[in-house]
Design a protein around this ligand. Structure first.
Ligand code: HEM
Length: 163
């Protein structure tokens, strides 16, 4: 039996919080990729590049972690309340699978962020900072485009879009 409180308020509210958190998080990724990275690439001094990157990325990572947590919690609750667990790994629930996959990728990157930075900055940075930032830019572009595709596809399929 349908519960009007759950159907009419809780699910729409959870979806709104879910989407706003996705907006802040993916919006931040777009900002870092499209605004911050070109600024870093234009800098002359290698040390300045590294310091600026670590400063911005570190601040953003904190915000992203909170958003990832909220997205995971609201997403999990939505799956439970909407009873769509069976849709995972089926064509009609592909958007749910993609959301979960992307969420896991971000969770891994953000959890091991410090270790990843250590590896990146210890190795190549001292030799070729420019090359390293070009690679980091490329990595951010890939992550950003995949994330935007998942948002686009989630809204499309979530609203009955066929493919
Ligand atoms: C643990 C991970 C996640 C779970 C379990 C989850 C689950 C859900 C569920 C159940 C819905 C409601 C679907 C519907 O109304 O039919 C939803 C909506 C949505 N999710 Fe996620 N999600 C997760 C992560 C993400 C991520 C990483 C993104 C960003 C790419 C995302 C973007 C969206 C969007 C844009 C909607 C709104 C779709 C619409 O317009 O109806 N979700 N999510």
């Amino acid at each position: 039996m349908k519960n009007p409180l759950i159907e009419g308020m809780i699910i729409p509210l959870l979806t709104s919080v879910h989407v706003v958190s996705v907006l802040i998080w993916i919006g931040g990724v777009v900002f870092v990729t499209v605004i911050i990275f070109p600024m870093i690439l234009r800098m002359e001094d290698s040390m300045e590049k590294v310091m600026f990157f670590q400063g911005t990325e570190h601040r953003f990572a904190k915000i992203a972690k909170v958003c990832v947590l909220i997205v995971g919690l609201t997403g999990g609750l939505l799956v439970y309340l909407k009873g769509v667990l069976n849709a995972f790994f089926h064509k009609e629930g592909l958007y749910l699978t993609l959301m979960l996959f992307l969420w896991i990728v971000y969770l891994i990157v953000l959890t091991f962020e410090k270790k990843l930075f250590k590896i990146i900055f210890k190795g190549q940075a001292q030799h070729d900072t420019k090359k390293m930032f070009v690679r980091l830019t490329l990595f951010h572009w890939i992550v950003m485009l995949v994330s935007l595709f998942v948002v686009l596809f989630s809204v499309y399929q979530g609203h009955g879009g066929n493919f």
